[in-house]
Design a protein around this ligand. Sequence first.
Ligand code: ME8
Length: 531
Amino acid sequence: TGSEKQGATAYYVSTPIYYVNDAPHLGHAYTTVAGDVLSRWHRQRGEKVWYLTGTDEHGQKIMRTAEANNVTPQEWCDKLVEEAWKPLWEHLNIANDDFIRTTEKRHTDRVQEFVQDLYDKDEIYKGGYEGPYCVGCEEYKLPGDLIEAEDGTKLCAVHKKPVEILKEENYFFKLSEYGPRLLEFYANNPGFIQPESARNEVVNFVRQGLQDLSISRSTFDWGVPVPWDEKHVIYVWVDALLNYATAVGYGANQEKFDETFPANVHLVGKDILRFHAVIWPAMLMAQGLPLPGRVAANGWLMVGGEKMSKSNLTGIKPQDLTSHFGVDAYRWYFLRAIAFGSDGSFSWEDFTARYTSELANDYGNLASRVAAMVGKYFGGALPEATATGEAEKAVQEGLAKAAATADRKIGEELDFQAGILAIFDFVKQVNGYITEQEPWKVAKDESPEGRARLATILYTAAEALRGVAVLLNAVMPETSQKLWESLGAEASLGALPDQLVQDAGNWGQLPAGATVTKGAVLFPRLEEKPA
Ligand code: ME8
């Protein structure tokens, strides 16, 4: 899956850097949570990981928003980053290693050097262009990208807003020359673009022939100046894509750059696939830099049949959902409910139903029942399993299988839904095991055989939960930590984030005698839905 990263050591994951014309919404959080789960998963494989997110602060869209709010673009960006974007990522427990802003000097200096370098290599020339431009996308549109309003006005198909005809003398990057090399790269690296539908779309697009890319603007000045012609600023998308290089030391910290670059996975929404799968690799080819392992496109969160966007919201903010369902359930829900790469709709009813049946009833109740029984029958000291039979073997195998499947699905294929389902199927299996074994009946048998059976059942269930806590840690870290504490695992096994996912399925790690306590309820009963 994906192309191989040569020589570099860190597993490098990125999100798009988001435009700060407005506050983050569910769609941005969707991609960012996915990246967080992926990077936590790889950290729990014991790998060195670099998880990058940040903000895209230049261009006309930001400039106009600032103007409309009577502040400078820089003031606008500073305020939104500090008051809206960073706090949301903290709230959602996003463990990013860095946060890059495109107005930072560590970025702008390097962007100028990169572009100057391309100019010196004759990859950039001066030319003219006239065409329809969508400010929402910050992109010149081709005829096929437009739709017509009833009165004949041409609209951007993504934003459903009129395009503007721009005519400019610009600098152009010779993108058209890279078509054949890109097609060869896609052919040699079938996992480069995920999912398959996204890959086909890009290949077809490149096969039709690429146009050169206008990489400067001269009608406004909110951007990085073109170093050899300061009447121009660098096109916001060229500026933005370079964040993936500048943030990891391009042109500044060679050691960091070599151990991190290129990204193993660029997570993007499918709206910005071409920029990442066509323009970005061509820019890297032009510089002789290595290409990313994979561009993984997530589908759109929809509302009323339309892509959820800053101007088209459900009226529901991420915080409205986290205050009702909790942060962990929020992180879990979208990855669980929607196949990554497909579009999906949010519904309050669906979230409520899944929370109640899968989180509270299946998972939460299992954890609290097991802890309660160890308390009741063994005074809270985890008993030893001495009477293991076929039923226990099936649970042991179930855990090993869940661990292997989750590792492949989440860690390799980015199929978060299938990975989470594998773990929850195991939770169901353990519930079934307890129902069949009826420990509350076995407890009535006070003979040594009866006690041994009861001990074995409860050890088996607790050890199964040990595996579940490790496997769900990337998705629901606070819940896993509560469970870890309730199992008394820290004392003998150490800190939860240090537990390797590849060892999660190895049976028999919890030691007999561990102190099991009935900890906090993992998934409290939901309050009434807010009005
Ligand atoms: O495009 N469903 O920034 P942006 C799913 N600055 N994901 C969604 C979504 C939805 N309804 N809406 C947004 C930009 N997203 C550029 C990126 S990268 C070098 C520059 C997510 O603020 C999705 O990941 O418009 C999408 O690609 C991204 O937000 C776009 O954010």
